[in-house]
Design a protein. Sequence first.
Length: 570
Amino acid sequence: MAVAGGVGVRYLFRPRWQGLQNQWNSATGRERGAYAFFGLLGLGFWAALFAGLILLVGAFFEVEVFGPLLTAKLLEILLLSLFGMLCFSNIVTALSSFYLSEDLELLLSLPIRRPVFFYTRFLDTVAQSSWMMGFFGLPVFLAYGMVHSAGPVYYAMLVLVIPAFVAIPATFGVLVATLLVNVFPARRTREALALMGVLFVIGIFVLLRVVKPERLVNAQDFESLAAYVAELQAPVPELFPPRWAADVLLATLSNNELPWIALGLLLSGAVASVGFTRQLIRRYYDSGWTRSQEAAPARLARSAALDRLLDLVARVIPRDMVPIVVKDVKSFFRDPAQWSQLFLLGSLIVIYLFSVQALPTDMISSRYLRVWKNALAFLNLGMAGFVMAGIAVRFQFTAVSGEGRAFWMIRTAPVDPVRYLWAKALPGLVPMLFVGVTIIVASNFILDTPPAIMAIGAYTAVLLAFGISGIAMGMGATWPDFKADNAARAASGPAGILFMVASLSLVAVVLVLLAAPVVFILGSQLSDIPFTNLQRGITAGCIVAAGAVCVFATLWPIHRAAPRLWEHTG
């Protein structure tokens, strides 16, 4: 797409490719080994996901009589869900890519024709908002092909259907973002969309739990066979891109005649939507860009309620940590992309407890089954640890990187590095404790577990919160990324993946250490025999050992990383 008298799309993407090449060429042998290791790790995860999906789709397909109908319905639900998520994702991404990106001032000063600028930003929007579909959605489509023994036509149709299916919500996102920017200020629009996106994700998960799609596997859950068949055959609206994509893929999976009308609607719809959006950008981009030059407001950060809360916190924590904690909390509430994630944390608790409540515990009546239910309550600690690790990688692991190029101000200040890291860890420790303890105590209450197991769970959740926080701060300070323009990018690198491995390893070690006390408790429920002195000693030793491991994970990474952080050049 070269343009006479200017530059083309490939020239605008060339700096990014050259940056990746320079990063690889300048890397040491150890760094290249780390890149290769994490690349193989991601490939292994993809292969494991693909194998698991083959088993899952195969299990649905082998359901007697209704297997093909069931897999077809699931594919329609998948495409419908992906289309909705891509629409919301593309609106937010297009808003940043077309109107709020930091490099727009440079790009708009270059001799670039408007169509070239549009296609460059459009492809960038598609790549940023749709790569998750490529990584997690492609195994689903390939698994469908393997289970149905599809021919080459199916895989050829994937090459046509997936790009067209992705392009339509991308153009929708650009169109909506352009219209919103011309009506409302861009930064306020992004705040509203960030909150709407979080609420949309919450609604999707809650809707899935209410609808219970797993009931489609069991026809006995319906009043009659006719009701079950009608549920499976309920169609998606005809004039809707997910319906067109589903018709094409399902026809090629079953080796039926290709639905040319659906394929034509999908391809022509993608081309027409791109052309229409290009004309819209040509007409309204300049006015939208002008309106987007507005400073971000800080309403929550200036609220009197937050100031009163911080005054109470300042009375509890050491005085030298107060300025750092206040600054981080103010910065958190100044960015809507940060504080809106509090709704996501709340949704995690609701969704998880909703799933626990949906377990058929009312069918458990025998003593042996009650023991297994209590064992399940203990294994909830693994899920709680995973959730806390996800919170830590987002808030605590990226806390040091969030200083950005202003880190030199902290480095030259009279601040002890260890105290500084502890001050950075405190704000993120609060949601971790709240989420972890709430999940454990509430789920154990729902499952009606004994007080001893509930106490062990709450004790372990508190220990894991501190241990995971120490690992997050230590590794985040060891490998900071001061050039990352947002926290999500800093958390998605190789160091972030390594932190998740380390934190989940800590969770596994703690669960193994506490397995013996739980086994003793469950055994006493079966035999009605009280603990022996030996069992009491082992129980006390395991509890102390789990506490010691978490204390070590809390203190050692921070003390080891603090001197290295102060040696960092920024």
